[in-house]
Design a protein around this ligand. Structure first.
Ligand code: NAD
Length: 354
């Protein structure tokens, strides 16, 4: 049966019911999902403007009920579980997990990320220590990390990136004890990830995998296209998606700034992971109908709001979302999962220390 047929059921999707389908007034009401596995906040029920149909007639349009992969819902569920685990730990007379975060400089975005991580620690019963430097030398920063490495009451150490130019991120990351490297950036953890050994997974790719798991998305045999090859997002998520795990077993194409015919490669993707750092880079014509789109980008774009800017992703959400089967919003998607994954790693480190 053709996906455009009214009774078509996507093989990998929950049962759906078309709630309205107007014709002639240039608008289509999208379907709502009836699957209770998804929280109501994840259900998208919106009007699709005619121009988004890209010139196709309504009967040709592939009716996908777009579902938002809601990082708020999934991270809340993970944090509730973590919070319970901490309560059990403490009830046995053990100390709670302890995350030490280091922030250098006054970059507002970095300040925001670190304070979100500290706040999440408080919410879940973790202890956190924030070490803040307006400026610091590389040697002094390494000295601080060595001190935290030795501190038996500290389970996880994270250094918020990017660092000022006079400090080598490579040297700083290498100074962290791999057993406390809850961001998963240390070469030992990166190597173990590559080899499929036990390791601390980098928080953002791990968060994406947790999101896929939360929404029970089976990506086995699907074609995943990752845009971006950074060590903290693109490259590790390409490995995790291709691993022989569940979720996993996707066939992955890793693309980057020198990739030829990126649009064509993306248009063949069942799953797109966008980690580029360019607002609205992924356009509707690059996305196959019914694709799953994971937007990792966090970009500040100037606007007329009182703040003077808004946060947007790497995906042209407004035009891409109606074509997708699942999509992450920005904000409210991968960013929150990154924090949940970081806390999971910190608890893991605490439990390994008992
Ligand atoms: P990066 O700058 O290290 O890497 C960007 C990648 O994009 C590079 O590998 C580059 O090859 C690729 N790229 C650039 N231009 C391209 C083009 N025209 N076509 C194809 N590929 C191109 O960035 P990063 O650290 O991986 O971060 C990417 C984005 O994700 C940023 O917006 C960042 O803020 C965001 N991010 C979000 C989280 C989160 O928790 N949500 C975590 C980390 C990074």
């Amino acid at each position: 049966m053709h996906p455009g047929d009214a009774n078509y059921k996507h093989p990998d999707r929950p049962q759906e019911k078309i709630t309205g389908r107007a014709s002639g007034n240039n608008r289509i009401k999208q379907k709502s999902t009836t699957n209770s596995q998804f929280p109501s906040s994840s259900k998208a029920n919106y009007l699709l403007p005619f121009d988004i149909l890209g010139g196709r007639s309504h009967s040709e349009w592939y009716f996908y009920s777009m579902i938002i992969l809601d990082g708020r819902v999934a991270s809340k569920a993970i944090k509730e579980k973590l919070s319970n685990d901490v309560k059990v730990l403490v009830s046995k007379g053990e100390r709670p997990p302890h995350l030490a975060a280091i922030l250098v400089g006054k970059d507002p975005a970095s300040e925001f990320y670190v304070s979100s991580k500290v706040k999440s620690c408080e919410e879940t019963g973790f202890k956190s220590t924030l070490v803040k430097y307006e400026d610091v030398s590389e040697d002094d920063l390494i000295e601080k990390i060595v001190e935290l490495n030795k501190d038996e009451t500290v389970d996880g150490i994270l250094v918020q990136l990017p660092l000022p130019r006079h400090i080598s991120s490579k040297n700083i990351i290498s100074a962290i004890d791999p057993e406390k490297d809850v961001d998963g950036f240390h070469p030992v953890n990166a190597g173990n990830l590559m080899l499929g050994n036990e390791s601390y997974l980098p928080a953002t790719p791990y968060g994406i995998m947790l999101l896929l798991e939360h929404y029970k998305l089976d990506i086995k045999g699907k074609h995943a296209v990752v845009i971006g090859r950074s060590n903290i997002v693109g490259r590790p998520i390409s490995i995790l998606l291709s691993n022989n795990t569940h979720p996993g077993n996707a066939t992955v194409t890793l693309t980057h700034s020198q990739t030829a015919d990126l649009g064509k490669i993306c248009a063949d993707a069942d799953i797109i992971v966008a980690a580029i750092g360019k607002p609205g880079f992924v356009k509707a014509h690059m996305v196959k109908d019914g694709a799953i789109v994971i937007d990792v980008g966090i970009n500040r774009v100037d606007d007329d709001s009182p703040k003077g800017y808004k946060i947007t992703g790497d995906v042209d959400y407004e035009n891409v979302a109606p074509k997708t089967s699942y999509i992450t919003p920005v904000p409210g998607g991968v960013g929150l999962m990154t924090i949940a994954a970081l806390l999971k790693n910190t608890l893991k480190s605490r439990l390994l220390r008992i």
